[in-house]
Design a binder for this molecule. Structure first.
Ligand code: SF4
Length: 222
């Protein structure tokens, strides 16, 4: 866990796609212990190096009241930071809806912040037994525990999987979809990986493998 004030690695002042149904700002949180090969934000991996202070971001958000209706915390892995819970409470007190992007790395942290969240985007990296390979050492047990907590809380959410065909083949896709179905999940968003800023094609066989198991699979392009 990091220091008490949120360490902010970047800010997107306006988005219509990162927090469904909301005109939102994205606060990127510094730090992630995992090393997914397709990570879009490797500059956020070191746990230190704030681009701007939470104090400044909070002041800027005050000026956005009435213009935005949501704030989504992304990363990096926001749950790495002890300051997240206070930041969420402050954002809610300002009248914004709150969202979180997480890879489910810290189930205990997720349990603490769920009462402060209006929506969660949970990344599913693959079948849980493959997490160490896909994430560079991450624990699938933690991610599965986070999924269970999220589903039990009933918080609106989206499960999404970045598809890198070098890391996820049809067999892995089927194993993942079967595990999700076992948790009564029906909807999964597949996101093609990006390389050198360009979206890679998502093989039709991988889409078909997921669709065979889960009734509601869609592909989201950036
Ligand atoms: S969990 Fe997310 S932020 Fe962390 S390395 Fe993987 S893709 Fe990047």
């Amino acid at each position: 866990m990091l220091e008490a004030e949120l360490v902010v690695g970047g800010l997107t002042p306006f988005t219509t796609i990162d927090f469904p149904g909301h005109l939102a700002a994205v606060v990127f949180c510094q730090g992630c212990p995992w090393r997914c090969g397709y990570c879009h934000n490797p500059h956020l991996h070191p746990p230190t190096g704030a681009e701007r202070s939470w104090h400044d971001v909070r002041g800027w958000l005050e000026s956005r009241r009435g213009l935005l209706d949501g704030v989504v915390f992304s990363g990096g892995e926001p749950l790495l930071q002890r300051g997240l819970i206070r930041a969420l409470a402050e954002v809610r007190a300002m009248g914004f809806a709150t969202g979180l992007h997480t890879a489910g790395i810290y189930p205990e942290g997720l349990a603490r912040v769920l009462p402060l969240l209006d929506w969660v985007g949970l990344d599913i990296k693959g079948p849980f037994e493959d997490y160490a390979r896909i994430t560079g050492g991450g624990r699938g047990e933690d991610a599965e525990c986070s999924l269970i907590l999220l589903l039990a809380a009933g918080t609106p959410h989206e499960l999404r999987c970045t598809v890198d065909p070098e890391l996820l083949d049809a067999d892995a896709m089927v194993r993942m979809a079967v595990q999700l179905r076992g948790h009564r999940v029906s909807r999964l968003v597949l996101q093609p990986r990006r390389r050198d800023g360009r979206e890679q094609a998502l093989p039709a066989a991988l889409f078909a493998a997921a669709k065979k198991i889960l009734p509601d699979v869609m592909v989201r392009r950036a």
